[in-house]
Design a protein. Sequence first.
Length: 767
Amino acid sequence: MNTSSNTPIEVLTIDELLKKIKDKISFRIPGYQRGYKWTKIQANQLLNDLISYGKQQKLIGDRGNYNEEIKNVSAYYLQPISLCRSFEKNDGSQIIYDVIDGQQRLTTIWLLLYACFKNKLKTDDIDEPSFDIRYETFRDWQKMFKETIKSKEKSKQKQEFSRISLNHFHINEVFSTFDNRIKSSIRSTISKDVKASTIYKILLNNTKIIWSEISRSTDEDTYNKDIKTFTNLNSGKIPLTCGELIKGLILQKSNYQQVPSKTDPMIIEEDQRLLYAIQNLIKDSKEAQIEYDKISREWDVFERDLHDEELWNFIYNKETNFVYETRLEYIFNLIEQVDKGEDKMQAFNKLYDSIRDENTSPIKTIQDFWTKVVNYMATIKDWYRDKEYYHLIGYLVATTPWIEVKPKHDEKSAKKTIISYLINGLYSDSEKWSKDQLRKKIKELIQQSLTTKVDNNKGNIDSYNAIDIDNLHYGQDNEVIRRILLFFNIHTILMQEGEERFPFNRYKDERWDIEHIASQTDFNALRKDLNEAKLWALAVLQYFTGIKEEDFVKQGVIEKKNGSTFEGKKLIDFKENDKKKIEAALDKVFPKVNETSSTEKRETPNDTDKESDNKRELCEKLKDFIVNNQNDKSIIEEIQTLVNNLGFFVNSFGGEKDNSDARNKDENKDKIGNLTLLNMSINRGYGNAIFPVKRITIQNELENGYFVPPCTQRVFQKTYSRRFDQLYVWDESDAEAYTIAIKEALDTFEKIEGTYADYKQEQNNKK
C-alpha cells in the first residue's frame, strides 16, 4: 500500500484543538526529530506578538483584561502541525499521532497553557492542559515537570530538571519566561506583561493552528516516508544540520525491522524458508527495540555532555572549519575522518551510503557506527577527567587547530584536527597506538609547537629549530610567545599537586592576550593625551591611597566610553567631597607636607622620611593635576621630576632617556621576561597602570573568584624574583629570573619520558 495523496487539513482554534485531543489523542515525537530548542528569546517574542495582536484587535482593555465583547476579529495564526496517525494505541484507549513537523509549537502551547493555569486567580476559569506529548528520546517529561513545579523545593528541583538534558533545559527556560511575565502582570501594569486570564483567552479563542494529517501505510517503507516528509517540511525553514540528518537516519524504525543473521549453507530449503518466516515474525523484536531505545537515550546524554563548555572547549577549537549546533556531529566527523573540508554533509552521506548498501544489514551498520560513537565519547571523557591528558591535549587543541598528516604510503597528506589525529590513532584499523605511543605522539606535537619549522628542501622530512627565547619580541613574535606562556602555565599546573585545572573555555572565550608586566608607558609619553595622563595619575594615587578609579566612575565623577576610555577627551570636575576624600586618604598614609619645605617638619630627617615626603608631594601634585585641572607645563615637569627621583614607576628596565644604553633597555620591555598571559577584561582594567597597581588588581580579581593563570599570579607575587625588597617594581633582574624559569620548564618537559606523575616520583626519590 502506498501513502495516500489525500491529506486531511483542519483549521482549528486552540480551544478546538484541545477539545479534539482531550482524552482521545496523545502525541509522539519520533526519535529522528529535533529535540525541544525554543529559547527565552523566542518565548518572549511569542508573548510580545500575542500582546501586540491583542491590543491591535482591541481584545486587551485598558486594565489588561480580555474584552469579551469584541467579535469577528481576524485570527492570530501559528504555523501548521503535520501529523501521521499510528496504528498503536496508548493504553488501549488514546490514539497516538506521530508529529512529523510542529513539536516545537505543540510543546510551547502546552508550556504557555500550563503557565496560565499556574498563575490563575481564584476567579479565573483556566483548566490545566491535559494532552500528552511524548518525545521518544525523553519520555514522561510532563509528569516530571509538573512534579517539579509543585515541589516545595521548587528551585532545587528545577535545577535538577534542567540538568537532565538540553531538552529539559530549554523546557525550563521557556516555562520560566512565561511564568515570570504572567506572574508579574498580576501585580504590575508593565506593558510587556499580560494577565494569565487574558493570554489564556486570546490563545483559546483567537489563536488558530492548521492541523495537517498525513495518512500512513502498513508497508515497511513507512518510516522512510516519514523521514522524506519531515525533510520536505523543513525545506525553506531552518535547514536540517548534518547531525540532525544522521539522527533521523540511525533512528528510522525501518532499520530495526531487519534482524541480521548468518544462514548455514547446509540448511535445507524447507528449513531456510522456515528461518525466514521466523525472522519476519520477530522483525519488531525486543532486541531491535532495545537497540533503538539505547541509541535514542545515549544520543541525548552525549549531546548534553558536549554542551558542558569546559569539556567542549577542551576538544574543540573555533578556528576549525565548522560551527556545530548539534555537537555530536563533531564526533561523527571524527569517526568518518571528514573534519576538514567544505562539505558539511560528508559524514551523513558516508553513513547513508553504508546503511543503504544492499549487501549489509542496516541495524548491523548502525550498531557498528554507534559503538564507535560510544567508544569515542568514552575516550574523550577519560581524557577530560585525566589531569595530564586534559592539560596536554587541551594545550594542543588551543594552539594548533590543524596538523598535516602524511600517510606512510603514496596517499596525499591531509589536514586533521588534533583530536581527530589522536583518537583515530587509537582506533585505527591498520595501526592502533598503545597508551605509550599516544603519550609520545602528544609530546612530539607539543615539542613541535614550541619550535620553529625550517624549510630544508628535503622532501617530506620536517626539520625544527629550537626557539631562541631571549630574542623573541612583542609585536613580531606574538603567536610564539603566546604558545610558550600558555605551555608554561600548563606545565606549572602539572608539576604541582592538587586538582587545579586550566579553564580552556575561558581562555578561548575571554580573548586572553599578552600583557606587559612593567608598564610600557611613562608620564612624559602621555603628555599629548591629557585623558590618558589623568588615567595614569589616578593609578598612582590608587597605589598610595587605595582610592580606585572605579570609585569615581560609580559616583559619576568620571564618564567612561566602551568600558575603557573616557568620554569626550576630558574628566568631569571633581566635587568638593571628592577632593576631601583624596586629602583624607593622603593624610592617613602620609604626614602633611609643609608648603615651604618637606624637610622643615623634622630637625633631623632621615632617608625614609625624605622618601615619604617625596611620595606625599607627588600625590599632592597628581591631585592638583587631576582635580584642579592644573595641566600647565610647569606642574607636568614637577611631576616628572618627582617620579624620576622616586625611580620605580617608569623605566623600570633602566635609566633615563639620555642614557647611552636606553635603546637596549627599552627593547627589553618587549622581551618575554616582561610579558605574561591575562584575559582582556582584566587587561583593559589596567590601562597603563604601574606595577604595584597591577598587583593590587590581580589580588582583587582572585578574591572576586576570577581565574588568573598561575604563572601570572606568581609574576605579580614576585615568586620568580631573586630580590623581595622591592615589591613595587619589576626590573631587569626580575625579568631575567622569570625568563630562566620559563627555560627550565621547557628543559624539564624534554626530560620527562613517561607521565608527569612518574617524573615527580623519580625526583622525590632522588632527594
